[in-house]
Design a protein around this ligand. Sequence first.
Ligand code: ADP
Ligand code: ASP
Ligand code: MG
Length: 470
Amino acid sequence: MLVMKFGGSSVGDAKCFAQVVQIVQEAYAKDREIVVVVSAMSGVTNKLIACAQAAARGEHETYQRIKAELLSRHLETVAALELDPKIRLDVCSLIEDRLYDLERWCRSVAILRELTPRGLDLISSLGERLSVAMLAGALSTAGLKSQPVEATSLVVTDDNFGEATPLMDETQARVQATLVPMLRRGCIPVVTGFMGATKEGVITTLGRGGSDYTAAILGAVLKADEIQIWTDVDGILTADPRIVPEAQTLPEVTFREAAELSYFGAKVLHPKTVMPAAELGIPLRIVNTFNHKHPGTLLVHTLSSANSAAKAVTQIKDLSLITVEGRGMLGVPGIAARTFAAVARRGVNVLMISQSSSEQNICFVVPAARSQTVLASLRQELELEIARRNVERISSVDDVAIMAVIGSGMCHTPGMAGRIFTALGAEGINILAVAQGSSDCNLSVVISRQDADNATRAIHRDVLMPVRSE
Ligand code: ADP
Ligand code: ASP
Ligand code: MG
């Protein structure tokens, strides 16, 4: 049994759909139990979000224009897919109906001038609901038995809209009841990625890029033989090829390394994808839809060959570095706990923490969009310490990036940090903070956002490539 997930870049136009059909056909010839998970066509989720936001500002013309663009893009793609005439009629009317719904939802948002997280999930998950109908139609036209499935009836989640967590037991029961009988009949379910629903049936989403996670959830509950993430690059590379064109495929990556890589910005995999597969030891492979003979990257527990110390470099931009400092913090218990409690109360995610050994400062990184909220919350929490001068300054440096160098052998290899710092120093890049993951497999530095691409290229050229050939 195979779970094959095709991302937005794999279903960007009719030609891409045809490529996907060919890949599924080939897989079906070998393994008759296949679940397909599919994302919205590339760029569609962004447009849906823009549509909802325009509606919230009361911009009727903007959301109507975006809706019209989405309608013509999908209908043009369907026309080019040359579906069986009966299927084509059904798919076209589904697209028209769903986009009519979009317009109605946006009108309601515009009247209320309020976009709730729940409303945003309803709107932003619409693209997946269109692409499953298109792909299932294309597979059926190609002679495979196939059926679109909306994950609202399958992936049960909590109601944390925008970043919902799956409830695995409930999901397992639904999958057993609906997907398994389809698989037994030799039918290929084409499931919407990214979305789920609460027990009550209210639509939720799993976070941006969440279709990878859908594939992992289904792979785990079905105990699949392999989960395949089909995308537009030859697997996990040593760096983002858009920044480092000479980046190379890593044939094997440990689950842990992959988790670190995706956490620190490698968009090729949604960070939560790794866990369900790792727990059950299900092989997870990242492969290229447009170069499907390439073996891509396999995620494993233990590497088959000797591990190179540093494997890949990633970055996350649009962050802020928050610093809490004061000589009076020395030895005062509880300041760190209260600092992070104050951040957590505002629901802000902390990406990296570093504390100087003299205990005179704590610094940590948060998304730039939340830095003002964090500062306000800290000033309120530490009001007394500020008045007593135990805390002298709470400040933020905006426009920073984290660059992380990842590899399981890294922290056991003497001199790695030195090589990284030397490479950055040679480029004249200033390091604002450093953290070495206790997980032993990453070293991350905070640098100015404008240095991020240069730093990534320098590390790739001066550290990763030489280490690979050692
Ligand atoms: P999909 O539409 O298939 O979900 P994504 O755009 O979400 O694809 O992810 C694939 C992209 O991730 C690649 O095109 C690449 O630019 C980016 N990426 C970032 N870091 C890496 C990396 N280390 N290895 C491979 N791809 C990466
Ligand atoms: N379509 C969703 C997004 O763009 C989910 C995904 O592509 O994985 O975030
Ligand atoms: Mg993706």
